[in-house]
Design a protein around this ligand. Structure first.
Ligand code: SAM
Length: 242
């Protein structure tokens, strides 16, 4: 039985890759990629010739069967996403579960850790994120308001991923809810992490939205939004001690 290795890759800067990840790519029979063109750019940069197979959120049963067959034949596979660590807000987790269910105890899976947008953003956000709730992408329609209300009421810091089309929308929604509830949150927006236009915007939802809207370019790219815990919890450390 082959081994499935889950490999973290850069979230922007191609140098953010581990030696072990590069060796894994070279030694794998195939690399399963969310978008083969995106991963090929990384592989070309490091002159890695390993063949790629696409595996993404729309991959159906036939593709999964093909991957399982390769593992049964003893092929070693590496799984990557377009950015960061597979399994965080992308289809990686689904493949891991399906492979485990189909292949049972003989199946070996290994993690080759690397960056994630979530941890990269937290590393520069400052205090208040010893403990947090990660909600990934909020639903676009059904359930969105409920989750926004949970965020505003949360005693914990919250982290969400947003696409470029929705970062401003999210902040406008937070402003409305703040007006309705009287709760105000401190927000950090981390944009284009590790890339040329990496930027951090701090402050109230209103001031962060103003900063983003000050220049159309500020609304381009990829975003992690961090919402700090309510002030009554601010002085507690992760063990709840004052
Ligand atoms: N698996 C990835 C990870 O480890 O973070 C996340 C995949 S998810 C499909 C893509 C989302 O991650 C983007 O919409 C954005 O919210 C966030 N993201 C990815 N790269 C980023 C970057 N360089 N800067 C800010 N956010 C980023």
């Amino acid at each position: 039985m082959g081994i499935l290795r889950i490999v973290g890759t850069p979230i922007g800067n191609l140098e953010d890759i581990t030696l072990r990840a590069l060796r894994t790519f070279k030694e794998s029979d195939f690399i399963l990629c969310e978008d083969t063109r995106v991963t090929r750019r990384l592989l070309d940069h490091y002159e890695i010739k390993t063949s790629t197979i696409s595996y993404h959120q729309h991959s159906g049963e036939l593709k999964v069967d093909k991957i399982l067959t390769l593992l049964k034949e003893g092929k070693n596979l590496a799984l990557v996403t377009d950015a960061g660590t597979p399994g965080i807000s992308d289809p990686g987790g689904k493949l891991v579960s399906e492979a485990r269910a189909a292949l049972g105890d003989d199946f070996k899976i290994e993690s080759i850790p690397g960056p994630a947008a979530l941890t990269t953003a937290i590393s520069i956000a400052g205090a208040g994120f010893d403990r947090f709730l990660f909600l990934g992408f909020l639903p676009h329609k059904k359930g969105r308001q409920t989750m926004l209300k949970e965020i505003i009421a949360s005693e914990h810091s919250v982290v969400v991923y947003e696409s470029k089309h929705r970062a401003a929308k999210f902040l406008s929604e937070m402003i409305k809810l703040e007006e309705a509830t009287g709760i105000s949150k401190e927000i950090i927006v981390a944009r284009e992490l590790t890339k040329m236009f990496e930027s951090l915007y701090f402050g109230s939802a209103t001031s962060v939205l103003e900063k983003l809207q000050a220049d159309n370019n500020n609304l381009k790219g990829e975003f992690v939004i961090l919402i700090k815990q309510n002030s009554k919890n601010k002085n507690k450390d992760e063990y709840g001690e004052e």
